[in-house]
Design a protein around this ligand. Sequence first.
Ligand code: SF4
Ligand code: SF4
Length: 413
Amino acid sequence: MSQQQQDLQRSRRNFIKKGIAGLAGTVVLPSVLKGETGTQSTPAPRPGQKGKFLYRTLGNTGIKLPIVSMGVMNADNPELVKAALDAGIVHLDTAWYYQMGRNEEMIGQQLKGRPRDSYVIATKIYEPRDKETGLFPPDAKVDSFNEKFQTSLKRLGLDYVDILYLHNVSRKESAMFEPYLEALKKLKKEGKVRFIGLSTHRNEPEVVRAAADSKAYDVVLTSYNFKQQYLADMESAIAYAAKAGLGIVAMKTQAGGYWDGKEKKFPIDMKAALKWALQNENIHTAIPGFTTFDQLYLDLTVMEDLTLTPEDKAALQPPADLKVTGLYCQQCEKCIRQCPAKLEIPTLMRSYMYAYGYRNLGEARQTLDPVDLSRAACNDCGVCKVKCAMGFDIKDRVQDIIRLKDVPRDFLA
Ligand code: SF4
Ligand code: SF4
């Protein structure tokens, strides 16, 4: 048995122990594997591989993971998922609503026949909330949350998932929203979820700190990349949560994928951006959303060697002749205040990034769907009042992306 399988098996044994103890009403502290913080290098699990994969421990969960995992959101090729697992990627990240459920089904198919202790599956449940405040309605019920989770288990073909996230949390009050927090804890106690977490890509520092303060969450999945304008605050929140024992998973490490907009003449160097994020040892693993075999192989090289070369550092500087300012929206919300219609511009810009940066029209549409576009009065505005922190031409992008609402859903499924 490989070192990796042994580690996963040990972690699973801890889970089973905890699950049984939890059912008996006993509180068992998570196992902390002494001396296993930081980055370790472990012999690669795949035959014929020359190097060694770099591993980090996912906080107090004790799960030891290769530093690169797979964000499956944009992938629709089952062979790519298979190749990733065969190559030694262990952790797959999906969500209940990705590709209207087909993402989880595709993963489920690829897991068939593999030992349960050879992979780590995370999924996420999104529940509606107030679009402007990001808060859940006070009378929110957990029935829909639980039903979605049961559907996820069925699609994945699993009895339990390793990590279940409350999806897309943007306020500390939402992180602490009791009905969903209690639902997560209950699933953990019942053994249907090993660890609970939240995902965040807006107001992340506040949410990550709230997750740590909750003493309930085990893992956070957060945006983290070299283009974030609030990096000092972001890194301080990540350090705070890591110190509290949370596992930290990074997403959006590619910062939208392009330096420019939909023209896409200046791709961001994927390898350099991923290495940059993983220089922070408080990031335990990252979930780049690779969609091709070439990208997979590129990410595998990062799993073996994190060194930021002078070329990598140079690649993280904006191209000299860059005129537009990329696809990555900081989600800073400054635009909402400036827009007389109070449009949910950050969400529209995220949808725009999914459409033009990730080429994932399904996800772009899913992101767009909950946005109230009845106030999208850009045509009446003449000149757009919004001065975007990233310099985006907001009117142009809003008018561009909202066309997706008119495309019949089945064209995008
Ligand atoms: S001001 Fe610009 S960067 Fe900030 S949330 Fe709005 S669109 Fe995004
Ligand atoms: S053009 Fe659109 S985004 Fe800009 S201020 Fe007017 S309504 Fe808001």
